[in-house]
Design a protein around this ligand. Structure first.
Ligand code: NDP
Length: 332
């Protein structure tokens, strides 16, 4: 497929250009930036033939099949709607939008236009997360009682821009990381949280936006989820635990962009190391998106997944701001 990048971003340069080019016939044909100089420099650095600042012009290019949107979060809505209106398939970054109704409008527009629209929740593509999900579905832990997600990291210096100081561009750890954790839990348990309580703070990095959050979610099954996200924890490591009536899963160092980590299942028979496939998360995500475009299955995270995971994150922020328990509004 022939792709246009909307956003001369870090995530595209670090992962997505490679992931697109790894597909059979995968081509990055254009990049659109808000700045002509940045577009040109980015195109040169990554060997992209077309570049510019005019989204309309890029979308009018009939040779473009799909658009990957990785601008700052407030731009996802108008850029996705424009791409959908031009008949392009869209893989959009998380959080899909600034609000749940905006995200839902993107999904509706894609449905009406008959194009594939997906959310780049890469952790669903991880061999480790898929192995944990399989263990749960095979009943290896029995009934799930609780999940703990550890996703407190140190935001690299080169990313300490809008994420830590611009609410208008969608900054804050909740839209950045809690939204991923919401998607992971929804993926692992196959159910959507009902309500949340939360606290958030700024612990040295956030300027006008939270850089740390802790929350507890109630699941329809009765399971409880504890989730911790931060930009300011250099040595905390990441992971998740799933505790059930018949066993517990410990997945260490798996909340990451890389196919790394370790999984252990502990049950009455002892401790079992669980192997998992170490494929590239982003290559898998693009492969499944392209397959969905061809009519073969669903993208790893659909547009609806993006809406629902954003709804959880929005509820966590509201709960942290109000101190109240918030029932999640998935927008009907
Ligand atoms: P960046 O800050 O690298 O890029 C976002 C925008 O910032 C770009 O579109 C670009 O604007 C502008 N920009 C980039 N570099 C510069 C610069 N040196 N000077 C001025 N402006 C610059 O963000 P990320 O790549 O980290 O994130 C982009 C999106 O991707 C976000 O929505 C984020 O949530 C998501 N993301 C998803 C990940 C995942 O694994 N799914 C991981 C990381 C991010 P322009 O396009 O106008 O040039």
């Amino acid at each position: 497929m022939r792709w246009a990048l909307v956003g001369a971003s870090t995530i595209a340069s670090q992962h997505m250009i490679r992931a697109i080019r790894a597909q059979a016939g995968g081509e990055v044909a254009r990049v659109v930036s808000g700045s002509r100089d940045r577009a040109e420099a980015y195109a040169r650095a990554h060997g992209i033939p077309g570049y510019g600042t005019d989204l309309k012009e890029a979308l009018a290019d009939t040779a473009i099949d799909a658009v990957y949107i990785s601008t700052t979060n407030e731009k996802h809505l108008p850029q996705s709607l424009a791409a959908i209106a031009a008949g392009k398939h869209v893989l959009c970054e998380k959080p899909l939008a600034m609000t749940v109704p905006d995200a839902a409008a993107m999904v509706r527009a894609a449905d009406e236009a008959g194009v594939t629209f997906a959310t780049n929740h890469h952790l669903r593509c991880s061999g480790s997360h898929r192995a944990v999900r399989a263990l749960i579905r095979e009943g290896r832990v029995g009934k799930v009682l609780s999940v703990r997600v550890f996703h407190a990291v140190h935001l690299p210096e080169n990313l300490q821009g809008w994420r830590i100081n611009s609410a208008a561009e969608g900054g804050g750890v909740i839209p950045d990381i809690t939204v991923h954790d919401a998607d992971v839990v929804r993926f692992l348990l196959d159910e959507d949280p009902v309500s949340v309580v939360a606290q958030a703070t700024s612990s040295g990095m956030g300027q006008g936006v939270e850089d740390s959050a802790m929350s507890v979610w109630a699941m329809p099954s009765g399971a409880m989820v504890m989730s911790h996200e931060s930009f300011t924890h250099p040595f905390a490591g990441s992971g998740l635990e799933v505790h059930g009536t018949q066993g517990s899963i410990f997945a260490r160092s798996v909340m990451t962009q890389k196919p790394v980590g370790e999984i252990e299942l502990v049950d009455a028979a002892g401790r079992h190391a669980i192997p998992f496939d170490a494929h590239d998360l982003y290559v898998t995500g693009v492969a499944e998106f392209e397959a969905a475009v061809r009519g073969e299955g669903q993208p790893a995270a659909t547009g609806i997944d993006g809406v629902k995971s954003l709804a959880v994150a929005a509820a966590v922020r509201e709960a942290a701001e109000t101190g109240a328990r918030v029932t999640i509004n998935y927008g009907g």
